[in-house]
Design a protein around this ligand. Structure first.
Ligand code: PGA
Ligand code: ZN
Length: 428
């Protein structure tokens, strides 16, 4: 189904951290309008496509995005408006052509990704199909993903002394998506009660998880297991499992890390992960080691790759070329997928396709700076990857994605009431 853009307009809005980002609106020749809002990370991988900021110290501490906005309104609009596109891949190729750099530093990945996401909405409408149906990967059947709720925040997302960035609960054994969402919200509530009782009331981190003044990951894991139990669920890899994103690049370099006030080598951390995988129902570890620690990653994968999912984020940056090399090097067994790390929908789907062909899993992810845009919920369903992390089951910008999944589940329900979409992680 061909679309022709009639107009393209961006402007500056605020993200969930109060920093500027872009909203892009396009209209097609049919007169319909489609929008996208662009997320932004804090613990970013060094190989991510470039998020263009103004660096004008007089505005928003230099974080304004008026340059990126102008690129959408001028260069990109000039190149795209009035030109027919038969497919998303053609439109994304035109964006890459216009930018002309490897890291999207000319136009800015934040400008490009806003246009790319708004465009895929236009293609879906033109085909009179739900958005998720435009986002399939190698013919994988669409599925409702297991939500990974980030309920305790540390690292770059919270002001506490906790070095590990994310402690997530994943209701893998829930019978359906709505029941998984319910489990997440109920456990979050019990966790609040437990933390308050232990004198760790405190505030929330950027992704809506609690930010208690704890420093050792063991302490958090114990409280998490207790909260799962309190809520009446089974803390178990087949019940409610735990997933970690230590985001180790933020607390170490060159294979030397600082956790809970102590220095750890890669081998120390790998040994610690082996130990906690034995003691707690941990099923997935993302960025367990730093992005520059490839030999550590190979060792981690050799030692733990058969037992848990090992997800590359800062080191993979949703980049098909980098993921291809990592697969060849035996690094990890899964990739985190963030559309704004690479900058176009087409390259994102390409990264997921590579993962699928290599037997690597994929988890769709929000960013720590978010907006109410729910694109990633549709991406998780359409790609059939079975996993989504979108923060705590609290705060509007996080909950918007989880609620969009409820909507998709509802729309897909058959007349007999059964849902037309499978739920959960595909058995492989
Ligand atoms: P970010 O964090 O959005 O700040 O990069 C998310 C993550 O590390 O997975
Ligand atoms: Zn991460």
């Amino acid at each position: 189904m061909t679309i022709t853009l009639a107009s393209l307009q961006a402007h500056e809005i605020l993200d969930s951290r109060g920093r500027p980002t872009l909203q892009v609106a396009l209209t097609t020749s049919t007169g319909e309008e489609f929008t996208a809002q662009v997320p932004s990370g804090a613990s970013t991988g060094s190989g991510e496509a470039v998020e263009l900021r103004d660096h004008d110290p007089e505005r928003y501490d230099g974080k304004g995005v008026l340059t990126a906005v102008a690129h959408v309104n001028e260069a990109i609009a000039d190149a795209l408006v009035g030109r027919p596109f038969a497919a998303q891949a053609d439109l994304d190729a035109a964006l890459l052509d216009l930018d002309g750099t490897r890291d999207k530093s000319a136009l800015g990945a934040n400008a490009i990704v806003g246009v790319s996401i708004a465009a895929v909405r236009a293609f879906a409408a033109a085909a009179a199909r739900p958005l998720w149906s435009q986002l399939s990967v190698d013919g994988a059947a669409p599925r409702l993903p297991v939500p990974h709720f980030n309920v305790v925040n540390g690292g770059a997302h919270a002001p506490n002394a906790l070095d590990f960035q994310e402690f997530m609960i994943a209701p893998i054994g829930a019978p359906s998506y709505p029941e998984a969402l319910r489990a997440g919200a109920e456990i979050y509530g019990r966790l609040r009660t437990r933390l308050a009782a232990a004198g760790h009331a405190g505030g929330l981190g950027d992704e809506g998880g609690f930010a208690p003044e704890l420093s050792h990951p063991d302490e958090v894991l114990q409280i998490l297991v207790a909260a799962i139990d309190d809520a009446g669920y089974r803390p178990d890899r087949h019940g409610v499992a735990i997933a970690l994103d230590p985001a180790a690049s933020e607390f170490g370099e060159h294979g030397s890390y600082t956790v809970a006030g102590r220095r750890w080598s890669s081998a120390d951390l790998i040994g610690y992960y082996e130990e906690i995988v034995d003691r707690f129902p941990i099923w997935s570890i993302e960025d367990g080691l730093g992005e520059d620690d490839s030999t550590g990653w190979q060792e981690l994968t050799a030692r733990l790759g058969e037992r848990v999912q090992l997800v590359g984020d800062d080191n993979f940056v949703t980049n098909p070329r980098i993921i291809e090399q990592a697969i060849a090097d035996g690094i990890g067994n899964a990739a985190l997928i963030k559309v704004n790390q690479i900058g176009t929908v087409t390259e994102t789907l390409e990264a997921m396709s590579l993962c699928r062909q290599a037997g690597y899993a994929a988890m769709i992810s929000h960013r720590s700076g978010e907006t109410p845009d729910t694109f990633i919920a549709d991406l998780a369903v359409g790609s059939g990857c079975g996993q989504l992390k979108s923060g705590a089951p609290a705060r509007g910008e996080r909950v918007a994605k989880y609620n969009r999944l409820l909507e998709i589940a509802g729309e897909a329900r058959r007349p007999d009431g059964s849902t037309g979409l499978a739920f959960g992680i595909e058995a492989r």
